[in-house]
Ligand binder design. Structure first.
Ligand SMILES: Cc1cc2nc3c(=O)[nH]c(=O)nc-3n(C[C@H](O)[C@H](O)[C@H](O)COP(=O)(O)O)c2cc1C
Length: 308
């Protein structure tokens, strides 16, 4: 989530909040499980494009969506206009439940302010054009009529899809996600735009249950993907190759140690006991983390190239 107001008025904020490069989205082989024309279930596999694709495979490019927090149509539209050539879509955060965000009238504050959402979407749409993807991400409301109203107003303002987190603004991330509320949101959208379900998608079987129970067109995972970036490719836990690739890229691009450590801990948590996690959390540098895992027989560095 990027603050639209700061992003649109400060080059320093833009430099610190957003960077990208041509490799970021990657190219994937998407493999349909059932090679029928109406099949919607697919496996994806990262990696280099294959020159010999099978009949049930096609290449897809990953999409990058920039999400802004805003409460003012001009700030949102200015930020959208600056960033749109560098991303594949723009999202408006209508779900952040943090107190500071609510007090700033952004995030979940907007859940009960559909007219402001409408103005923001319309103004941004006017700047980036009719077919450019603009979405919103919302939480469900205790009063589902409010959710229905927000969804319908956003659709008429021109959103291209809506992500629905199946918890209310008041619920912590430990509370169960309401699949009936997400199914209600699908009904409320009346097939006019795709609805993406969010919340507690930790494994492929869970994703299948969410999809089948709610009728959504997509499923989004946050913590599940932090813990296992290979989730949508069908891996039950983070493949070691993915950890190595991450360490390689993070060191190559100079990712700050605090962030690198945090992501490593997400990915390796299931391989560590509580006391080991405590120990790794005290380690002061990447070198010490790598040494620690080496001592446990787990190499975090990519295998060196063969040297003759
Ligand atoms: C570290 C972290 C950062 C997040 N940042 C954002 C954000 O910038 N924008 C947003 O809409 N949601 C954000 N979320 C919330 C998630 O998108 C998601 O709604 C929530 O975690 C529930 O989904 P999950 O059960 O798959 O984690 C964040 C969650 C986590 C754990």
């Amino acid at each position: 989530m990027i603050l639209a107001k700061e992003f649109s008025r400060s080059a320093v904020a833009r430099r610190s909040d957003f960077s990208t490069n041509i490799h970021e989205r990657g190219v994937f082989v998407m493999r349909e499980r059932r090679p029928s024309p109406d099949s919607t279930v697919a496996d994806t596999e990262g990696g280099a494009p294959s020159s010999s694709l099978k009949s049930n495979e096609r290449l897809v490019r990953g999409a990058l969506i920039a999400q802004f927090a805003a409460s003012d149509p001009v700030h949102f539209a200015d930020a959208a206009e600056l960033i749109w050539p560098h991303v594949d879509g723009i999202d408006l955060n209508c779900g952040c439940p943090q107190t500071w965000a609510y007090q700033e009238h952004i995030g979940s504050f907007l859940l009960r302010k559909p007219e402001i959402v409408k103005d923001m979407i319309r103004t941004a749409r006017g700047r980036v054009g009719g077919s450019y993807p603009i979405s919103i991400k919302i939480r469900v409301d205790q009063d589902l009529k409010r959710t229905e109203q927000l969804i319908q107003i956003a659709i008429h303002a021109g959103v291209s899809h809506i992500a629905v987190h199946g918890r209310t603004r008041q619920q912590p991330s430990t509370a169960p996600v309401s699949l009936p509320s997400i199914a209600f949101s699908v009904e409320a959208a009346k097939g006019q735009v795709p609805i993406v379900a969010n919340g507690d998608a930790w494994s492929m079987p869970e994703i299948e249950i969410i999809r089948k129970t709610t009728g959504v067109q997509g499923v989004m995972s946050a913590r599940g993907l932090l813990a296992n970036p290979g989730l949508f490719a069908g891996h039950e836990k983070t493949p070691l190759e993915a950890v190595k690739t991450f360490v390689h890229l993070a060191t190559d691009y100079g990712l700050q140690y605090g962030l690198l450590h945090r992501h490593l801990m997400f990915m390796l948590e299931s391989r560590l006991s509580k006391s080991e996690r405590y120990l790794v959390n005290q380690l002061p540098s990447l070198a010490s983390v790598v040494d620690y895992f080496e001592s446990r027989g787990l190499s975090l560095y990519p295998d060196p190239p063969n040297v003759r």
